[in-house]
Design a protein around this ligand. Structure first.
Ligand SMILES: [Zn+2]
Ligand SMILES: [Zn+2]
Length: 143
């Protein structure tokens, strides 16, 4: 599989002890495969996460899905100022640009703090991944 942004070959790496991702050694972007996200299924899922729309402002991009080469669609996750791209055609997974990962964790850190509960940025991110995963799964089932 090649990077949708710079076409370098993606390499597999283990992401935060959560799941395997395909990482671009050149632009440091990450591809999170929907199938890999399936593994998060067993983890506790906060029902709050299901309320309201998770995905906003969808917009097609010029970049292509590394699996099926259909155009990736950019979306805003929840109401965070966080833009990610996903395979809209076949819901294969989603793309995180290099550096966005740190932004995600910073946002999640803030969220964990705002919610004043015993949680961590990693736990919040896990919840967010599950939110994106159920969105992708719904899309696949509708096909
Ligand atoms: Zn790249
Ligand atoms: Zn695809």
């Amino acid at each position: 599989m090649n990077c949708p942004k710079c076409n370098n070959e993606l390499i597999q790496k283990f992401y935060k002890g959560l799941l395997e991702v395909d990482a671009c050694p050149n632009c440091r972007g990450l591809w999170l495969d929907a199938q890999e996200l399936d593994r998060l299924e067993d983890l506790a899922f906060d029902e709050d996460e299901r309320k309201g729309s998770l995905i906003h402002f969808q917009q097609p991009t010029e970049f292509l899905c590394p699996h099926c080469a259909s155009p990736l669609v950019e979306f805003q996750y929840r109401l965070y100022d966080l833009r990610l791209e996903y395979c809209a055609e076949n819901a294969h997974g989603f793309w995180l640009d290099g550096g966005e990962e740190e932004r995600v964790l910073a946002l999640m850190q803030k969220r964990a703090k705002d919610m004043q509960r015993q949680t961590s940025a990693e736990a919040e991110w896990k919840q967010a991944l599950k939110g994106i995963h159920s969105f992708l799964k719904d899309k696949r089932q509708k096909k």
